[in-house]
Ligand binder design. Structure first.
Ligand code: NAP
Length: 311
């Protein structure tokens, strides 16, 4: 008999098809009457599949008495109640490593787009403005300091790319690592030293608004904020104020506090490059992520070890 899963996110066909072949999948995300769906199938659900964009499943959990596993289509699991899962013997899996290089590519693209003003330059040409004179000068990367908040898998891959651009690297995290890159105990001191402050730590309560008005003030008018981690890490209202006042030079953002809603005031900031959370959004990577979701569930339900367990 097939196991029953609750799907909490819009998933691509190349993930849904193998999931449907192996399990009975109930699409909670698209269900018009979510309460009725839960009432009908909640008692039989053994697994949840969700993604970074899913709402927290916390409110659903009391209605899923047979839940055994949550499989995250993504590496960040800040919207999964991991402590609750540990306490209730619910396993959690995610999709680390396979997306690292793509997310780092997106981060270094944001560094280039903001420093060289590539988006503005592209608009300038398309608008036919080039015939009236050259595009204004921008800023070089070589010799500049990239300060990375969260030097994990993605942070390190970003550092390697930016070193290739001639940048110096420093980082802040909860622990100093055995690396040649400079470690800053204080985030605010890292912001003060950095030309680019790059957010690559997990989201969630522990990192909420780590980037606040004081950190942006320390980053200063020649500094740029890059965020490819989670919108929750940055106080978006403080960021908008800093961009409007020129407290910082610019921002390159792939993630937002209330995505896919992006504040109009942020969209109006000409010194911000904004991307629709596309860090891992390539055919190749999303298929690898899908494979991990499918294989983790298959491993769990056949009693084998999980490939990428969170808990
Ligand atoms: P990772 O390997 O676990 O690295 C996370 C890093 O953050 C670690 O170096 C950790 O170092 C640091 N960190 C954790 N808590 C911290 C805190 N409270 N303060 C400061 N630093 C902290 O994770 P990863 O694979 O690199 O992924 C990082 C994040 O990127 C994910 O959690 C996800 O939210 C985001 N992401 C975004 C996209 C996208 O499409 N934009 C795609 C994938 C992932 P310490 O333990 O030393 O503090």
């Amino acid at each position: 008999m097939k196991n029953e899963l609750l799907i909490l996110a819009p998933l691509p066909d190349f993930l849904l098809e193998p999931l449907r072949a192996a399990h009975v999948c109930h699409d909670y995300f698209h269900a018009e009457d979510k309460a009725a769906l839960l009432a009908n199938v909640g008692a039989r659900i053994r697994g949840i599949v969700m993604s970074g964009g899913s709402v927290s499943p916390m409110a659903l959990l009391p209605k899923l008495p047979k839940l055994e596993i949550i499989s995250m289509f993504g590496v960040g699991y800040d919207n999964v109640p991991v402590d609750w899962c540990r306490a209730h013997n619910v396993r959690v899996t995610n999709t680390p490593d396979v997306l690292t290089e793509d997310v780092a590519d997106a981060a270094s693209a944001l560094v280039l787009m903001t420093s060289r003003r590539l988006i503005a330059a592209n608009r300038f040409l398309h608008a036919g403005t080039w015939t009236q004179g050259p595009f204004p000068l921008s800023h070089a990367l070589r010799g500049k300091l990239a300060g990375i908040l969260g030097l994990g898998r993605i942070g390190k891959a970003i550092a390697q790319r930016l070193e290739a651009h001639g940048m110096r690297i420093a980082y802040h995290g909860r622990t100093r690592q055995e690396l040649n890159w400079e470690f800053f105990e204080s985030l605010i001191e890292l912001a003060r030293a950095a030309d680019f402050l790059i957010v690559a730590c997990p989201g969630g309560e522990k990192t909420k608004h780590l980037i606040n008005a004081a950190v942006l003030e320390a980053l200063g008018s020649e500094g740029t904020l890059i965020n490819i981690a989670r919108g929750s890490v940055v106080d978006e209202a403080a960021l908008i104020a800093a961009l409007q006042r020129g407290t910082i030079r610019g921002a390159g953002l792939d993630v937002f506090e209330n995505e896919p809603q992006v504040p109009e005031a942020l969209m109006q900031c000409g010194n911000a490059v904004l991307l629709p959370h596309l860090g891992s959004g390539t055919h190749e990577t999303r298929r690898e992520m899908a494979r991990l979701v499918v294989e983790n569930l298959a491993a769990y339900f056949s009693g084998k070890a999980l490939l990428t367990p969170v808990c």
